[in-house]
Write a protein that binds this ligand. Structure first.
Ligand code: F6R
Length: 599
């Protein structure tokens, strides 16, 4: 969601540093952008609705500026317009904010009674006025920030300037991620690592209620309860190259191409083909007979695939729930329950809340996460990292596949514990694993996707059908298409369409049928025929040749543990090609954010 970048130092081009940082965070999603910088002891604010490119037109990059804060806003309170975009200024304070101040209405009322007048509809302006009001009484910035931390309810990462001390940049956080970095006399704050990677890969991760104090020649950390303290430096494993497009037209395409590598990196980190490696590298799963998988969006879809795999192969019951429901619903745990939360960012508010709910009930938790040190990773009893690297495109591809790969290993471990895998089967699984990168590579390079896209990109409704594992995968295919192409695409269990939705099928309606589960093949084919009898044009993604279809994409048959890793590739690339033909902003689809830190 919103991106924050702040800079203070000896380089005279703070405006460029901040804007470059914001551009590196563009993947987070935003609808307006702004910057505040210190010029001749005065704070200048520029902001614009829309893209950073529009803001850039209003900036003079030659000005010698040594300090400032910048922001990309993803609207929560108030429309995405110039008035509501950040930075906000009130009295002596200028701030940028990521998160939601839950008690802003109440604070606003109190501040209005004190005479503050608000220009925007945002919770951020209220937080800014509150800082000013506290400061009027305390006349001490650090004390002001410490008091504010007690008064603000909700989530925030804040970059703060105070006109009484224009040699210092302050930052603080509660529940929204914020990092701090230094490179000699240059100091930075940012919502995420890519913003600072061209300077350094070392950073500090603020914890809840930490306050960072950045000056040209010093960097210190303060906590209202602990006072000043030292923080541990973290090292980001990737580099600036890994977060660039490297000649690909879009990050999404680059990330699709990275899948053979990230899948194998993830698998080989935990599994060397032996049962012993699973014992050593994955948590002990012996005591769990009742598994809850909780996540949002695509991460939830990896949970659906895993539910099918565990139920079919291990014969254990699995509940797979959308986190925004799970956190509020009645949940039935027992002593054999394991709650697995899945999150690329590790910051998704609903997933984090679900994790906390399970922990509050003393249920064991396991997190599958990409971003190291993220909130979910830190709070779960156990964390397993996927090895997807930095994912920039808002629509996930490589993190989805790396999650699937790791969840397949968990399924394999459970299957071994429950004696559901024969020696011969394990050797097939291992043999296919070696072939997997090649098979995925070949599917990526298949040239059918563009042609299929050309035939259907102008349609406004596209249906995805499958059964069991194929249905779980089709859910992700439909989401990929709708989020980046804005086509209404819906996935159904193939047998369900005739109970209502088939009334939407008309001449040439595209229906994408997925047929990889041989036990379901005949059933799915007859459901597809029901749609073609009503004029639908069938695109089959299948492990076997199917007749009477408009297009057939053949994929290799592998063990169910690896099947989804292949089937998802055509679905991602069909979505990509359609979005491209429709001229959509593929890496930054409208209204979406990469890391959804609000509920
Ligand atoms: C879709 C997509 C989202 C995320 C969802 C959860 O392409 O990326 O549906 O999967 O917002 O995000 P994480 O995995 O960060 O918890």
């Amino acid at each position: 969601m919103c991106g924050i970048v702040g800079y203070i130092g000896t380089k005279p081009n703070a405006i460029k540093t901040i804007i470059d940082g914001l551009e590196a965070l563009e993947y987070r999603g935003y609808d307006s952008a702004g910057i505040a910088y210190v010029e001749k002891n005065q704070i200048t604010i520029k902001k614009k609705e829309g893209r950073i490119a529009t803001l850039k037109k209003t900036l003079d990059f030659d000005l010698p500026i040594f300090m400032g804060i910048g922001h990309t806003r993803w609207a929560t309170h108030g429309e995405p317009n110039e008035k509501n975009s950040h930075p906000h200024q009130c009295g002596k304070f200028t701030i940028v904010h990521n998160g939601i101040i839950e008690n802003y209405a109440e604070l606003k009322k109190e501040l209005e009674e004190k005479g503050y007048i608000f220009k925007s509809d945002t919770d951020t302006e209220v937080a800014c006025a509150m800082l000013d009001a506290i400061y009027q009484e305390e006349l001490d910035i650090l004390k002001t920030l410490s008091i504010a931390e007690q008064k603000l309810k909700g989530s925030y990462a804040l970059g703060i300037l105070c006109s009484d001390d224009l040699n210092t940049l302050y930052a603080m956080r509660n529940k929204s991620p914020l990092i701090v970095a230094e490179k000699g006399e240059n100091k930075f704050i940012a919502s995420d690592v890519p913003a600072i990677l061209s300077y350094t890969n070392e950073y500090y991760l603020l914890d809840d209620f930490d306050i960072a104090i950045l000056k040209e020649n010093s960097l210190s950390f303060y906590h209202p309860k602990k006072g000043y303290f030292e923080k541990e430096k973290l090292i980001f494993e990737g580099n600036v190259e890994s977060s660039r497009k490297e000649g690909y037209e879009h990050y999404m395409l680059k990330e699709i191409h990275e899948q053979p590598k990230v899948i194998m990196d993830t698998i080989q980190y935990y599994y060397d083909g032996t049962k012993e490696s699973l014992d050593k590298n994955l948590p002990n799963l012996d005591k769990y007979n009742n598994i809850h998988i909780v996540a949002c969006g695509s991460a939830y879809h990896t949970g659906l695939v895993t539910k099918t795999l565990i139920e079919e192969i291990v014969e254990l019951p699995v509940t797979c729930e959308i986190a925004s429901e799970y956190r509020y619903k009645k949940v039935f745990y027992d002593e054999s329950t394991l709650v697995i939360v899945i999150s690329q960012s590790g910051e998704t508010a609903d997933t984090l809340a679900s994790l906390r709910k399970a922990k509050k009930d003393h249920i064991d938790t396991l997190a599958i996460v990409n971003v190291i040190g993220s909130s979910i990773a830190r709070e779960a009893d156990n964390v397993l990292y996927i090895k997807a690297g930095c994912e920039i495109a808002v629509a996930t591809t490589k993190a989805y596949s790396a999650q699937l790969a790791l969840l397949s290993l968990l399924t394999l471990k459970l299957a071994i514990i429950h004696n559901k895998i024969e020696v011969q089967e394990l050797s097939t699984i291992n043999g296919q694993l070696v072939e997997l990168p090649n098979m995925i590579e070949k599917l990526i390079l298949n040239d059918q996707y563009r042609k299929i896209a050309t035939n259907i990109y102008q349609r406004e409704d596209i249906f995805y059908l499958g059964r069991k594992l194929d249905y779980a995968i089709s859910m992700e295919g439909a989401l990929k298409l709708k989020e980046i192409s804005y086509i209404n695409s819906v996935s159904y269990p193939a047998g369900e369409l005739k109970h209502g939705t088939i009334s939407l099928v008309e001449k040439n309606t595209p229906v994408i049928g997925i047929i990889t589960d041989s036990t379901m093949k005949e059933k799915t084919i007859s459901n597809l025929k029901e749609t073609s009898a009503r004029g639908a044009s069938i695109i089959a993604i299948s492990t076997e040749v199917i007749s009477d279809v408009a297009e057939l994409i053949l994929i290799p048959t592998v063990h169910p543990l690896w099947q989804a890793l292949l089937t998802i590739i055509p679905l991602q690339l069909i979505a990509y090609e359609i979005a491209k033909l429709r001229g959509c902003d593929i890496d930054k689809p409208r209204n979406l954010a990469k890391s959804v830190t609000v509920e």
